[in-house]
Design a protein around this ligand. Structure first.
Ligand SMILES: Nc1ncnc2c1ncn2[C@@H]1O[C@H](COP(=O)(O)OP(=O)(O)OP(=O)(O)O)[C@@H](O)[C@H]1O
Ligand SMILES: [Mg+2]
Length: 382
């Protein structure tokens, strides 16, 4: 049956900021050594105060990136209903509990912490076809070491082209992880496809519990309806339990570095059946295993390779994998043709890396024009 309802799950509500910092001995960076990747600042005790320019602020998180690119790729003809569900902390005691919040395009803002409300506003501002859904989970309250929302800051150097990325981890408790899992079962009850991306939050698992960070995606999958399919983009360590479970993901995406983490694992799996598709990618393209998994010795040997598209100038590879994931799903859901969906995903990724705004610069018209041109000229053309 065709996929109609998609739920993208965001466990890491994030506000991303990009700052551009000029070179200045006091108020900027004092030195940058590209070879060693070392950047020097003068500290506050020496009366320096960096003055970066704030280039942009937007809703981040891997799943949110996928949802945003999907939003850009959907058109009036698409009958798909795509929801981006974000799991947020409740407001702490005090006036934020009584804050009157409005609604926008049918989505109600919900009381949360200031950061939680900020992320909601950023998501709403950026999505037109994908519907955000905000789920406040009491167990996500930011007490003690818990950090259930975050700001990620990318500092790019005005001269020299380097960048530094501050990306705090999302820190949960065991109770928070279990409460979110229970909520997912409700949120995704009617979904035909659930999308997850990125590393799960960290928490200290209770002694003896098998509900750990590494098993999180497998646990989430176990609560979904039996016919709900799953697409996951994550490092191998978060996927190994999913591959050992009875129900495996329909699609698994990862980059080649993440894939290499799993090199010993394929042998362990032996002849276990895998009815899904594995897509492994880097700047040279995408390796695909359909209905099978890599084998021991040279794991790449059993894959079909789809080369990446030529990009005249690479501006930013940030989120390229997320753009690819979104492109792949969009085209897969339209025609359920694997070759088409992979070629389409490579075009979306190439547009994302080849424009100044990265994933924000992807739009359906440009992708479709390029796809039509490529597909009819290409060896795959029907
Ligand atoms: N330098 C590049 N030139 C051309 N295409 C690229 C380049 N980098 C990435 N791509 C395209 O983007 C796709 C995904 O890129 P990559 O494998 O780097 O993603 P990723 O490491 O998962 O990135 P992220 O996790 O930041 O989203 C590649 O398959 C390729 O099509
Ligand atoms: Mg990636």
């Amino acid at each position: 049956m065709a996929i109609q309802r998609v739920t993208v799950l965001e466990f890491a509500p994030t506000a991303d900021e990009i700052w551009r910092l000029p070179h200045h001995d006091r108020d900027g960076y004092a030195r940058y050594d590209a070879e060693d990747g070392l950047l020097s600042f003068t500290d506050t005790a020496h009366h320096a105060k960096p003055r970066p320019e704030i280039v942009t602020t937007y809703a981040g998180g891997k799943a949110t990136n996928v949802a945003r690119v999907l939003d850009r790729l959907l058109t009036d003809e698409d009958q798909l209903q795509v929801e981006l569900a974000t799991f947020l902390p409740p407001p702490s005691e005090g006036p934020l509990r009584d804050l009157g919040l409005g609604e926008m395009r049918g989505t109600a803002l919900v009381p949360s912490t200031a950061a939680g409300i900020y992320v909601q506003c950023l998501q709403l501002a950026d999505l037109t076809r994908v519907r955000p859904r905000f789920e406040v989970v009491d167990e996500l309250e930011e007490i003690g070491k818990m950090q259930t929302t975050r700001r990620c800051i990318e500092i790019t150097l005005q001269e020299g082209g380097g960048s530094v990325n501050f990306s705090p981890r999302i820190v949960w408790s065991q109770e928070a992880a279990e409460a979110v899992q229970a909520r997912v079962a409700e949120v995704a009850r009617d979904a035909d496809l659930v999308v997850m991306a990125g590393a799960p939050p960290v928490w200290e698992a209770h002694a003896g519990s098998d509900f750990t960070r590494n098993s999180f995606y497998a646990k989430i999958m176990s609560t979904l309806q039996p016919d709900c399919q799953v697409s996951i983009d994550a490092r191998g360590q978060y996927l190994s339990e999913c591959l050992l479970a009875q129900k495996t993901p329909r699609f698994i995406l990862m980059n080649t570095e993440e894939f290499e983490d799993l090199s010993g694992f394929w042998r362990e799996l032996g002849d276990r059946p895998f009815p899904g598709t594995l897509l492994v990618h880097n700047e040279r393209g995408c390796w695909v295993w359909n209905g099978k998994l890599p084998e021991g010795e040279d794991p790449f040997s059993g894959a079909e390779h789809f080369p990446s598209m030529r990009v005249p100038e690479v501006y930013s590879t940030i989120g390229a994998g997320d753009a690819m994931h979104a492109g792949f799903l969009k085209e897969w859901m339209a025609k359920e043709c694997l070759d088409r969906a992979i070629v389409y995903s490579q075009i979306v990724a190439a547009i994302s890396v080849g424009n100044e705004k990265a994933t924000h610069g992807v739009d359906a018209r440009t992708v479709d024009d390029r796809f039509t041109q490529f597909w009819s000229e290409d060896e795959f053309g029907q």
